[in-house]
Design a protein around this ligand. Structure first.
Ligand code: NAP
Length: 284
């Protein structure tokens, strides 16, 4: 029951009504017998600074940050965790007695879901399809997991030039056009192939990233960070071609779990988070 002692958590974004975060967090908070409530808060871009100060004034224990505020919130916080600084985006804020510290738990969500399958990241060759906002956290998670090399396939090389230069300080990283022969050679050697584009996401479920399965290493593990639908065309075709597959549900639940621990100091029931997520997706 919500009482005068109940602590507040939430997610800010715009729009926000579609957010699955309340569905992930509230059952896990109840299961852990923690007296918190987690709500979705619609914050327009022009109101971001006011909202952040308001959440501090209202003694929110913390909050998640989603599109379009993940980068814009950074100068409004008192402190930023080193990983979030490198990624360039904050998705979780912790309020310690009025001091707001920003974190990024997307990298942990991505990596932990993959490790749970038994995949060994260390020394692996990784190919990413697309390199937008989510990819930056994924790249940093891969670098921290000591992969051998990261190769990115894109439709617009000029757009990723800076990203490649920035992360080349930490790992071997290249980018190619999807159609280039040099990219096909990367696909041949890939141990892990990750779709970070929105191609195949509901409602355009017939779309998929522009790759030919003949070019892909037959033993590559295929990971799509999309979670609606649960099985994208990319994953369906990967499976039909004999690849092991993973969708984005575990990443989404995992970033939530990491945020939950930052706020409460307790590890949530991750399986319950995933179950709540799947049930909510199925109901919609
Ligand atoms: P984003 O910042 O818009 O980046 C999308 C990337 O895909 C960009 O590199 C973009 O290339 C590329 N792309 C888009 N349309 C393309 C097309 N038609 N052909 C080739 N490349 C295309 O998006 P994001 O925030 O990274 O999110 C990407 C996907 O990941 C979404 O489906 C989102 O739902 C999902 N996601 C899942 C999780 C999770 O927890 N599971 C977390 C975050 C995101 P250009 O730069 O050339 O446009």
């Amino acid at each position: 029951m919500i009482t005068g002692k109940t602590k507040n958590l939430g997610v800010i974004g715009y729009p926000i009504a579609h957010s699955l975060s309340p569905v992930i967090h509230n059952p896990a908070l109840a299961k852990a017998k923690l007296d918190y409530v987690y709500t979705a808060l619609k914050v327009a871009p022009e109101s971001l600074a006011t909202a952040v100060n308001g959440l501090r004034a209202l003694n929110y224990r913390g909050f998640n940050v989603t599109i379009p505020h993940k980068a814009a919130i950074m100068p409004l916080l008192d402190e930023i965790d080193e990983d979030a600084k490198i990624i360039g985006a904050v998705n979780t804020v912790v309020n310690d007695n009025g001091l707001l510290k920003g974190y990024n738990t997307d990298a942990a969500g991505f990596i932990n879901a993959l490790k749970d399958t038994g995949f060994i990241l260390e020394n692996s060759e990784v190919v990413l399809l697309g390199a937008g906002g989510a990819a930056r956290a994924i790249i940093w998670g891969l670098i921290k997991s000591k992969v051998k090399a990261i190769h990115i396939g894109v439709r617009n090389l000029a757009k990723v030039k800076d990203l490649v230069q920035e992360f080349s300080a930490y790992t071997a990283i290249t980018a190619d056009n999807f159609a280039a022969d040099s990219f096909k050679a990367k696909l041949k050697n890939a141990d892990l192939l990750v779709n970070t584009t929105p191609l195949g996401m509901t409602p355009k479920v017939d779309a998929m990233p522009p790759i030919d399965w003949q070019d892909v290493n037959p033993t590559a593990f295929c990971y799509d960070i999309i979670y609606t639908p649960a099985v994208t065309r990319f994953l369906r075709e990967a499976k039909a071609n004999g690849h092991k597959i993973l969708n984005g549900e575990g990443m989404l639940a995992g970033q939530g779990a990491a945020a939950f621990t930052l706020w409460t100091g307790i590890e949530p029931d991750l399986e319950l988070m995933k179950k709540s997520l799947r049930e909510s997706l199925a109901a919609n």
